[in-house]
Design a protein around this ligand. Sequence first.
Ligand SMILES: [Zn+2]
Length: 242
Amino acid sequence: MGLLADLDRGILDLIFPRDCAVTQLPLDAGPFLHLSAAGAAALPRITDPRCLTCGHPFDGWLEGDRSCPHCAELHPAFGRALCVFRAKGPVRHILHRIKYERSPYLADDLVATAATDEAFRRHLAGSILVPVPLHADKAWSRGYNQSERIAVGLAGLIPGCSVHPLVEKYRPTESQTRLDRTQRLRNVAKAFRLQRGQTVDPRRRYVVIDDVLTTGATLHACAAILRAAGATSVDAAALAHG
Ligand SMILES: [Zn+2]
């Protein structure tokens, strides 16, 4: 089904030449399929210093105060989450198109850009990437799982990574967009489980992959499944921090 969306794009490209997903100007001869060099440079990136738990940048926080308002109440099952972009401006727009406008191919350029981020590469290198799953009904209606596409793309660009969809979502949940932190945690509790017949290797490191980290509730819920199955090293990563 994701392939169908890609084919759609291919046909559209014949009719309408591609524009940059950020600048809306015709594409240059850069390395990306849907981003110009100027568009890639305009993506809001996260740099150090940042929260060592959820990856949110420490923008303007008081020196010495290292309690992060984005994850202070989470107590996550993952050790550390890292994100490359802020989920605002053009990144927010592209992520929305990936998820809700049948544009999974737009993830590939964000992935390629993310894979050039040294901190992100180090965070993922050598690990097993576990995409956040969709419920079967959602996967069928959307036609693809954007987190899986992101994980597969990253594994192709970062040394030693492989993708194992070890977690499944067996209970549908309501959209998280209008829920607060506590409601999100409650919403995703008991929604995931280990895929039937799968096991984890306690000697390996696992990184749960999502498109966006907002409160961290979903990444936490998936990490908790891996921990309960015996994983001893579980981290998280998302393209963007909401
Ligand atoms: Zn944090």
